[in-house]
Write a protein that binds this ligand. Structure first.
Ligand code: ZN
Length: 114
């Protein structure tokens, strides 16, 4: 089991396997968050919030909801919205220990032009 967590430990995300590719996206929100995404289906991910629930942010077509820890501010993951037809949770790989992600392939996604 691998555990990603925000800085204060309020949000903990568990997955069984590490995805083999990190996605870096240059869209208007991802570049501001400096997030690197690992993609999963919702059934593959367990998310616990120990002190406070995550805060959400949706924008544009509202297909996905970005979550951050209200205590320490880290952007931990995003989830697909129920109406989107997607089943995706993207974990911000920067919430994992650096040695776990340092050798992953990096995919650069041009979200800015979508
Ligand atoms: Zn936190």
């Amino acid at each position: 089991m691998l555990t990603a967590q925000c800085h204060c430990g309020n949000v903990q995300i568990e997955v069984k396997i590490l995805a083999d590719t990190l996605t870096q996206c240059n869209c208007s929100i991802c570049r501001r968050l400096s997030a690197q995404w690992l993609y999963y289906r919702s059934a593959e991910v367990k998310i616990d919030c120990f002190r406070e629930k995550t805060r959400n942010y949706e924008w544009g077509d509202k297909c996905i909801s970005f979550h951050h820890c209200p205590v320490c501010g880290c952007a931990t993951h995003y989830t697909s919205m129920p109406d989107s037809g997607l089943d995706r949770i993207a974990i911000n790989a920067n919430m994992l220990a650096p040695h776990l992600i340092k050798n992953l392939k990096i995919r650069r996604f041009n979200g800015a032009d979508m």
